[in-house]
Design a protein around this ligand. Sequence first.
Ligand code: TPP
Length: 587
Amino acid sequence: MAEIVGESLVKRLIAWGVDTVFGLPGDGINGLMEGFRRHSDKINFILVHHEEAAAFMATGYAKATGRLGVCAATSGPGAIHLLNGLYDAKLDHMPVLAITGMQETSVLGSRYQQEVHLDRLYQDVAEYNLMITNPQQVPAVVDLAIRNALVKQTVSHLTFPTDIQVAEIGEDPYRHVGPGRPPASMPFLDRPQLPPGENELRAAAEVLNAAKKPAILVGIGAKHARDEVIAVAEKLGAPVVKTLPGKMVVPDDHPVTTGGLGLLGTKPSEEAMEECDTLLMVGTSFPYGKYLPEPGKVKVVQIDSDATLIGLRLPVDAPIAADAKKGLQGLLPLLTGGDGSFLAKYRKEMDSWRADMTALQDESRDPIAPQYVMGVIDELAADDAILTCDSGTIATWSARHWTIRGGREFYLSGNLATMAPGLPYSIAMQHAFPGRQVIAYVGDGGFAMLMAEFLTAVRHELPIKVVVNNNNAYGQILWEQIILGYPEYAVRHRQPEADFSTWARGCGAYGAKVSKPGDVRSAIAEALAHPGPALVDVDVNPNEPPMPGKIKYEQAKHFTEAFLRGQPHKMATLSTVVRDKINELRA
Ligand code: TPP
């Protein structure tokens, strides 16, 4: 059988070490699918139910493995569906290659069916973005697309017209006049890691050594530098504040950390940011300026392997354009060490924050408190479990009640903050790490968006565990509306409340519905012990507020205004809020 372009593409992916592609076929990629079929012994095609999920899977795969994520979709609608997942990859700096199909070259421009010009549509999302118009371009452009994605940690896109997909490689439909076929080069898989410059390190150490109240802010870019972050924090006597994607950089039970920052962070983190005189930022472009020190008020040292991100949020006194691990390793011997008093103060504050959080994980609260559900997951999950999550109040509950310890990990959509990646991430991660416990903790809103993928998990025998935090509402927005000072609108679903456990059982998996606090523990324990995919749908209190770590005057004022303007469910909401406060005071 003569080698066709589709096959050449697949062989080149294999040469780069790709062994998994997430996707959904269509008449726009039949030639590519034939390539995947011919090499199905070396490359898994994970068949999904929605292309958006395939892109989330590729992104989640890249996030958890550090390898290239690959997704494939057909022309027109299939490729359009990929976009949200691809933006998740782009905004969180993940290497993902999207492969799509286009109409035959002969009909392009004739308003043919499904004629969506994907190279134009993908212009913003993809750094390397190309429609292949000559079989001679392959495999050289495959190398370029992959190399761009890996080196720049971003999205690449190749779209193949259907006639090109099945053309024999080496075939040249045009009369040659120019340089001929571009060469394919050697695939390399390691991203170059930038070492820090000597002068940059010395300047940074000088700033840090002069600090009286140093703090460290770490993001996901420091994921591989846990030991170094802790060593520098201990030497400087600096509390380590974590962005939400950076949650797993330092274990939550480690005495140097004050946990997360922002609306769903901790009070000690917020106060450490307000009080510090020097800030060391490592691998982060944390966007919420109001939680950062006032520009110009503190000295700033920033380490980032992407130098374009340095100085993005705060004016920087000493930049270090380097890999986080190498930058911190270079700094460590140059640091003289602080007196430790700033860290000691925040260590104490963290003890009382942790006690407050534990008090909220109260089994006796009825309706079920989401903090209790997350607390039970936290208690029962393995020490190397992976937790995936969606945007919503679930992000707050997992930020505060999921404890990173040992080899545990945590993933969500950081910068795009999209709903619905939690389930597809968990599928991709379970596929990548077959022996590990992978748990998706998602809202009923996010789950309903891509719930068909639970069937994907069953079909691929991936034993993910899904816990649906079912408040029958778009809870996060409900609270945002109230905090803005307006009564809630169009954020609660009508009754009846969905029972997602029946869907799980319908798919042939374990499914349990829980409505009473006393049943939460046994259902989650059973699901975790179940050998196959399992889902627990928990009815939680829809009126549970994801309170900011530190309530500001403006927020309290707006909250009151929403009530005065006629907030529905007033009594239920107030009774939960007041009860939380009483519990906090009691603790
Ligand atoms: N649509 C997408 C695709 N992404 C978004 N971030 C939003 C809308 C806005 N949004 C953010 S959180 C949220 C919405 C609508 C509510 C999520 O509801 P659910 O998944 O049920 O979780 P909950 O907040 O109730 O815990």
